[in-house]
Ligand binder design. Sequence first.
Ligand code: CA
Length: 500
Amino acid sequence: MKRIIKQLSALSLILILILMSCGAKTPSADPIDSETNTAPRPNILMILCDDLGYADVGFNGSTDIPTPHLDSLAATGTVCASGYVAHPFCGPSRAGLLTGRYPHEFGSQFNLPVNSDDLGGEGITLNETFISKVLQGAGYHTGIVGKWHLGGVDQYHPNVRGFDDFYGFLGGGHRYFPEQYRPIYERQKAEGRKVIDDYLKPLEHNGQPVRETEYITDALSREAVRFISDEEQRGEDPFFLYLAYNAPHSPLEAKEEDLQLFAHIKDKKRRTYAAMVYAVDRGVGQIVDALESTGQLDNTLIVFFSDNGGKLKLGANNTPLREGKGSTCEGGYRVPMMMHWPGVVPAGRRYEYPVSALDFYPTFASLAGAKIPTGKKVDGKNIWPSFINGTSAREGEVIYAMRHRPGYSDIGVRRDELKALKLSKDTWRLYNVMTDPGETTDISEQYPDELREMVRSVEQWSETHTEPLWYNPPELEQDWTDYDMGTFPGAFDILKSDKK
Ligand code: CA
């Protein structure tokens, strides 16, 4: 019987292949794939916040930070309730986002060393083609406004990695008030300092330093509006804009007029953080206005999310998720996320199935009719048909998070409604994060087989990892060797008795 089934399935596979090869002849040289070739190619606007808490937007239940413009997009778009990023902090999360791969597979497990442009000159390996390059190759006019954090020297510059236009800063963050950071920068420069902190350097436009005068969040919103409105530069081509706000990442610096709106919040950090998020929302409103007034809103996919969870010590709120930035608990890498595209993305829906930021690479490429280079490995998947239909894009498949600590690794594995979690040197736990997003009730004893499968899966994935190309903080390099961390000692032991 089994043999007959095998023969039958081999026959159907041949049939499918024949059908596929017939179908492939119809569009001939057209690289647009069959799922999307009838739709016009959308503009793609990807808005990223830095360290924004899960509950710090109205559409995820914030009661003390009004975000009316984001909420309006969410109400006329779809909220991704289980949107994950590839890593619980900045650099590796962004490396994953632009490559569509987990950063552990190409040596980018850690943030770039601080001030790397003045020191070691590190950057994300050129073996990885960024999504910007793929979309640029498909005729998109591509821009990035804001934080880069993927390599500050010329060979890793945004302009050589697929972005026609770059306005922003190359490091991992920036001070917000030019009138405050510029005098410090100019003094240090006059003193002849060889290394000046990234957070103080002038912003740049395509490699040329600019004399910015506005509060940085407002400046980035202004530049996004400029890019969107600049049709002369673009002609008939659609655009891809990656707007990477550094807000509300530290330092906590907000405009006085915004702070006054939150005078009722007693905690100073929370008050400042709230004012910073409010400034982002104001910018989003200006950007949506620009899209509307130039007649582009209806043909623009907007994706909004954060690069990792909120930092609790700096005033963020990830309720109902556990912990925050840096953690492999849900609060570390399950982020506020939503998508908007009138008439295409369902309005007023919450999509509860897992979405990974790694999915944007193949999903955008498909929507753009762009060809992903042969041999380019991508860990995410094109979620578009499932996302639009409201079905799971990865039933039975997993999303990982792994953070290396001194001597051990924290790990999260999401599969359907389940989440396996390993923290510190504790044993593995299992949670139903659909019903228990706060990861409070361990159900590993009820579901031992599921836990075992999920741990085996992450163990297999770990075999694809490469050694880090840099360490941050630098002391971790010694830990990496001392504890033989590349072999993940003890990480995949499920029970204490598993230990060899
Ligand atoms: Ca971040």
